[in-house]
Write a protein that binds this ligand. Sequence first.
Ligand code: NAP
Length: 305
Amino acid sequence: MKAIVVTDQAAGTAGMKLAERPEPSPAINDVVVQVRASGFVPTELTWPSTWTDRRGQDRTPTIPGHELAGVVTALGYGTTGLSVGQRVFGLADWYRDGTLAEYIAIEARNLAPLPGDIDFTVGASLPISGLTAWQGLFVLGRLQAGQSVLAHGAAGAVGAMVAQLAHEAGAYVIGTGRAADRQKALDFGAQEFVDLDRDVLEDVGGVDLVFDVIGGDIGKRSARLIRAGGTLVSIVGPVEARPADGRAIDFVVESDRAQLGEIVERVRDGRLRTNIGNIASLDDAVAAFNPTKRVSGKTVIRVGS
Ligand SMILES: NC(=O)c1ccc[n+]([C@@H]2O[C@H](COP(=O)([O-])OP(=O)(O)OC[C@H]3O[C@@H](n4cnc5c(N)ncnc54)[C@H](OP(=O)(O)O)[C@@H]3O)[C@@H](O)[C@H]2O)c1
């Protein structure tokens, strides 16, 4: 099968290559999915799981990409809950070959049914950004209606989901990002926007929840904005400064079939819009992941016809 592979960690996205790889076979509780669309987060090329297995042994050449939408073509021993021919979408294991390929073997529990009226490219754009926002806001952040949320990078892949889901849940959303993204962030549900290059972040006053997708100095300054009893949720590693009187949480997203269902239902009925910046074919994927100009939103790869 055709797949994108990486072998050289230092090369970053420039080291991605289109190659022939053997088709995967399903292990216990797996399905094989014919991938129809794939999502990729560029930072995954810095994650240890892209380069080593769970024992720390080299696992290159690696197929990157962890989001997919496609059709089940085979079931592993003992697999239940999904059937051959079913449309699915979901989040692939960090330590196994990924979704930038024509086929993937993946645990069935990492997938959810993809309704027939949702395009595969939309399905593949949702798992990481949608689940990360859902888990950070509702599971770990315990967001309540009436609270305020500082959604950093609100025009980005995760931030756009955070802004929309928080807004729908009845929160007051302050989005941040670059000047060029102001309108996009407001369109995704932010009621106010902070241009991190020109505005003073501290002017937003106190907030109940910060969703940090940036870290560094922005993360540290954001911790000081959290009201008593509030929460700093970080998805960019351990927090460097904690709120004086609140919780700090950093986490890595996990797949969850029920949450994927909640997310896709919202896309179907228009409560949630995905944030796709570019769609390319598998043959053009390497060029798409090495853009010559800035792309706002996710790059999704269409696989097959
Ligand atoms: N822990 C987890 O489970 C998890 C899950 C998903 C993602 N992540 C991580 O979260 C981060 C964001 O992911 P994403 O997919 O949402 O990325 P993204 O689509 O690039 O969104 C990030 C947004 O924040 C903006 N931004 C970044 N730094 C900024 C700064 N200093 N000032 C103003 N705006 C800034 C970006 O603008 P520009 O494009 O102009 O920089 C972009 O609009 C990545 O590091 C990713 O690895 C972690």
